[in-house]
Design a protein around this ligand. Structure first.
Ligand code: URA
Length: 225
């Protein structure tokens, strides 16, 4: 079985926002607005895949009809990977009516590019059967290491089945997607763009540079060639 990868198609607003994210001259404000736009597209696409609906009979002002509403009785957990995943969280909160939020802190060791878990708080009892979908947020799938470590944690420690795990990212490198699909063939991945490759420093090419630094403004954007 192959891992399902859903890639957003070329909407003009999406293309425009991705170009702003890629442009090293974009200001912090432009970068954040563009990231919000892409995250909103991803949130809507994620919702298409994960939200159950039910039929309701309603009265309009001129008659009766049957419509659909979101069945918000199902437990959905959003899991941003700290800290960049936090950038995507508000847009998912806007479109998903009912959710709990878990956090996983993965820090990339800049020398080895390996992820190191430093925080974990998932609002679910280990092995609890009532979780309907879990949505991991990580804007950049570079080596795939942080995402893989987070999925492994959810599957092994919290006994969450791969089939209900979604990984949502703004951009992915082929190397990261390959690593994930080798290990987690039943997880679904949603991305806005698939870039060319990783460079020697394990940054995505052409990519955006350091997403967290640019979104949160914590460091002056620097080239990573
Ligand atoms: N994390 C980033 O912020 N950028 C990359 O290119 C890779 C990982």
């Amino acid at each position: 079985m192959k891992m399902k990868i859903i890639e957003l198609d070329g909407h003009p607003l999406l293309g425009n926002a991705l170009t702003i994210l890629r442009n090293k001259k974009s200001s912090g404000g432009e970068f954040r607005n563009a990231a919000n736009i892409v995250s909103k597209f991803l949130a809507i696409e994620t919702a298409r895949d994960i939200l159950p609906v039910r039929e309701v009979k309603i009265e309009t002002l001129v008659g009766q009809t049957t419509g659909t509403v979101i069945d918000d009785s199902k437990k959905i957990i959003l899991v941003p990977i700290l800290r960049s995943g936090l950038a995507m969280l508000p847009m998912l909160q806007e479109v998903i009516p009912n959710y709990d939020i878990g956090f996983v802190g993965q820090k990339r060791d800049e020398a080895t590019a390996e992820p190191k878990e430093y925080y974990c708080n998932i609002p679910v009892n280990h092995g609890s059967p009532d979780v309907y979908r879990v949505v991991i947020l990580d804007p950049m799938i570079a080596t795939g290491g942080s995402a893989a470590a987070t999925i492994k944690l959810l599957v092994e420690k919290y006994k969450i089945p791969q089939e209900i795990i979604y990984l949502v990212a703004i951009v992915a490198a082929p190397e990261g997607l390959e690593l994930l699909s080798e290990t987690f063939s039943q997880v679904t991945v949603l991305i806005a763009a698939r870039d060319e490759r990783l460079n020697a420093k394990k940054f995505i090419v052409p990519g955006f540079g350091d997403f967290g630094d640019r979104f949160f403004g914590s460091e002056k954007p620097k080239e990573v060639i």
